[in-house]
Ligand binder design. Sequence first.
Ligand code: ZN
Length: 127
Amino acid sequence: MKYKKRTITIKDPRLQRIRNSLRYIISEASISESGRLVQKKSKTSIDDSERPVLTDKIDKLDAAWEKSICVCSICGSRTSDMTRNPEGGSWYCVKCYQEHHDFYVKRAKQGEIWKDGAGRASTGWFP
Ligand SMILES: [Zn+2]
C-alpha cells in the first residue's frame, strides 16, 4: 500500500492532553497484552501447537505498535504531533521527520541515491 505524507497537528492544549491520554492507554494495553502473550508462550513447549499461534500474535502486535501513530518510530515520543512517512507507513514526530527529510535531501543534492527493495530510487523521505 502506498501512503502519502501526512501530518496530524493538534493545537488546542486540552485536545493534546486527551490525545496523549489515549496514546498512553493504548500503549499500556499493548504492552500489557504483549507481556501476557510472551509469558504464555514461555510456558509452552517447543512442539506445542499453540506456540506458533502465540508467536504470530506477538509479531502482529509488535508490527502494529511500530506503525502506530501513538509513538514516534525514532525517538519514542508519545506526546508529539506526528508525520507519516510515505514509505513504509510508519509515524514519526514532526521533529524527527524533518531531521530525516533534511538529511536525505542534503545527501541527495550531493548525488547520493537510495534504492528501495525493488532497486528503484527511494524517495520516501523527500515529500
Ligand atoms: Zn521523534
